[in-house]
Design a binder for this molecule. Structure first.
Ligand SMILES: Nc1ncnc2c1ncn2[C@@H]1O[C@H](COP(=O)(O)OP(=O)(O)O)[C@@H](O)[C@H]1O
Ligand SMILES: [Mg+2]
Length: 254
């Protein structure tokens, strides 16, 4: 009887543990969903701000220069300068639209493929931030499904953003490699660094960036490694297996 009772107790205990595990898992998922919604909301606010302050502003300038040009019955010289300003503001609007559209869904990626899209992104980040990225980019086109490629693109984007936002480094390195049946990505800077134990510990998680990197790479069945120390820079390396070792694009899929 004692043995039977003991057995029941053990089973009950295991059951309780399992339930608790599942509860914790659900809690983590809910937490992630909340953060995801929050991040989407932030993203929309940023796009709204870009549209309003950037594009809206340029269009207003164009409208004003045009009415000024029309109302002044201006001498030729004046009209010339208004046309120049209109043309300048229109160019800015085009540039701004390109940036906003690319943020919404990387046109780069569809048009040029993952490898070139990453290269272009690095160029854009360099131009906008002044951080110099030393790079070694292998051809990783068409190794993954389009959906996975978008994930890889977003992951690289977050790594570059972190370097620019947090590292205070003026130079960094990015490596994209096609090794065996996988892809390796490493982004490294020589800046301020941080203490992963503190920043990434569950209780006082701050940013959503690393979490979404982890989440995306997890979904791709890959691994993320974050190495950093205050004052000694940061290195994020990511390994992703290639699905079935087969390209997942049909040849004419884009
Ligand atoms: N390259 C980096 N250099 C220094 N600190 C970094 C770097 N990347 C991330 N961090 C630190 O880790 C924190 C978490 O990063 P992340 O999850 O991407 O969130 P966020 O960028 O939104 O703050 C950052 O707030 C910053 O303190
Ligand atoms: Mg970040």
């Amino acid at each position: 009887v004692l043995v039977a009772l003991g057995l029941v107790a053990v089973v009950a205990l295991l059951y309780r543990l399992r339930v608790r595990q599942l509860q914790a898992h659900h809690e983590r998922q809910r937490d992630f969903a909340r953060r995801l919604i929050g991040a989407h909301e932030t993203e929309r606010m940023r796009l709204a701000k870009d549209l309003h302050d950037g594009l809206g502003q340029h269009l207003l300038l164009i409208k004003n220069f045009a009415s000024l040009g029309l109302s002044r019955k201006s001498v030729d010289g004046d009209a010339d300068s208004y046309f120049k300003r209109i043309s300048g503001a229109a160019s800015d609007s085009i540039e701004e639209t390109r940036a906003i559209v690319n943020e919404l869904g990387p046109q780069n990626l569809r048009r040029f493929g993952l490898t070139e899209a990453i290269t272009n992104m690095i160029q854009d980040v360099e131009a906008a931030s002044g951080v110099a990225f030393e790079r070694r980019i292998a051809d990783i086109d068409k190794l993954l499904s389009e959906e996975s490629e978008l994930s890889v693109y977003r992951v690289v984007q977050e790594c570059l953003n972190n370097v620019v936002k947090h590292s205070k480094s003026s130079r960094a390195e990015i490596e994209v490699d096609h090794v065996g049946r996988g892809i390796k990505i490493a982004v490294r800077d020589f800046g301020s660094g941080f203490s992963p134990d503190e920043v990434l510990s569950k209780k006082n998680r701050v940013g959503f960036g690393f979490q979404s990197i982890r989440e995306r790479v997890d979904l791709l069945g890959g691994k993320v490694d974050i190495t950093s120390k205050p004052g000694q820079g940061t290195r994020v390396s990511i390994e992703i297996g290639i699905e079935n070792g087969q390209p997942n694009h049909s040849p004419d899929s884009r």
